[in-house]
Ligand binder design. Structure first.
Ligand SMILES: [Zn+2]
Length: 344
């Protein structure tokens, strides 16, 4: 999750001696992705901030913390919440920190529209393309193999649990839609998330305004085509990071409805119907010719600018990047506000 601090705890042996009692939080035996949340009490950090003890005798006891971010940077009172999460490969502690991150950025004089697709991860409105990383395809093969193994096991058997956990650890495509599907998919989703994060930061640093399509996440998670679901999950992360870095650098990230963005001519605005396999946009009305995705990316940028100019009273605040820019109701709910954004 962008903005949340994930520090991975490591069992330091104290777990063995910790007794669990009824009435204290406890994870179910085979339940994964379970979490327990603490506010400002029920936990204690050691003086060197390397150990986290759950003082309510929670089953996992004391954690040795390790992670890429340094807790020393923050005051204890800035920690508003601690969440303990169990995943396939261990326990995680997330610290929610009351801290507003802001970065200065030079203006680049550039605006961009991004079109995401299966052929390229994205194409921008200047025709630059970023390819899908090779590990997407490798992940696909690995997940298919593990899914096959899982389906060959008996319901409720030990082998099934083992196979399911393996699938959870080694990787899978999109976030699971429901509990009966393969859980967690850690390695892959982490790698994908890191990649999406770097790409998004690069885009935000190189532009003063970023326009994207408002892709419907709900539809994404439902789809059963594995390659597509891997891409969808990565786009979703990419968008989250774009909005996160946008809020840090004060760069508006505008989501537009994907209405005819690939069909319309970005030069004259007339509709030029094409099938998915038509890779080049050739306009019979004005003669404009461009790569299909580049034409779409230009339409996305134009439609974002139009959206800004026609939204009464929002234009100015949007430009400064101070408010949520997704005018779509659905995305607004899963987009944390700037105030809630923590260190990232
Ligand atoms: Zn045209």
């Amino acid at each position: 999750m962008p903005g949340k601090k994930a520090v991975r705890p490591r069992d330091d042996g104290s777990r063995k001696g910790t007794r669990t009692k009824r009435g204290y939080p406890k994870f179910k035996k085979y339940q994964v992705r379970a979490s327990v949340e603490y506010k400002t009490s029920g936990w204690k950090l050691s003086e060197d901030r390397r150990y986290l003890t759950l003082t309510d005798k929670f089953e996992v006891g004391t954690f040795k913390l390790w992670g890429s971010r340094n807790l020393h940077y923050y005051q204890l009172k800035q920690i508003k919440r601690v969440r303990i999460i169990r995943r396939h490969d261990g326990y995680y502690a997330q610290f929610l920190i009351d801290h507003i991150r802001e970065e200065k950025k030079e203006l680049t004089g550039k605006q961009t529209g991004l079109d995401v697709g299966l052929n390229h991860f994205y194409t921008d409105s200047e025709g630059n393309q970023v390819d899908n990383p090779r590990f997407f395809r490798k992940d696909e093969r690995q997940i298919k193999k593990l899914q096959k193994r899982l389906s060959g096991t008996k319901k409720g058997s030990k082998n099934r649990i083992k196979a399911r956990n393996r699938l959870g650890r080694e990787g899978a495509g999109a976030e699971p839609a429901s509990a009966h599907r393969a859980p967690s998919h850690l390695k892959v989703s982490r790698r994908r998330n890191d990649w999406a994060c770097k790409e998004a930061q690069h885009v935000i640093e190189s532009n003063d305004l970023v326009a994207i399509e408002n892709l419907k996440v709900r539809n994404m998670v439902k789809n059963h085509h594995l390659a597509k679901s891997i891409n969808d999950a990565a786009w979703y992360k990419f968008r989250e990071w774009l909005e996160y870095f946008g809020s840090i650098y004060g760069i508006p990230v505008i989501a537009v409805e994907p209405f005819n963005t690939s069909q319309n001519c970005s030069n004259c605005g007339k509709k030029v119907s094409k099938t998915l396999s038509t890779r080049t946009h050739k306009c019979p009305h004005c003669g404009y010719e461009a790569d299909r995705d580049e034409n779409a990316a230009i339409n996305i940028l134009q439609s974002a600018l139009k959206q800004l100019s026609t939204t009464p009273g929002r234009g100015e605040s949007n430009i400064s990047g101070e408010t949520g820019l997704c005018l779509d109701g659905e995305t607004q709910t899963d987009k944390p506000t700037r105030r809630k954004r923590k260190s990232g």
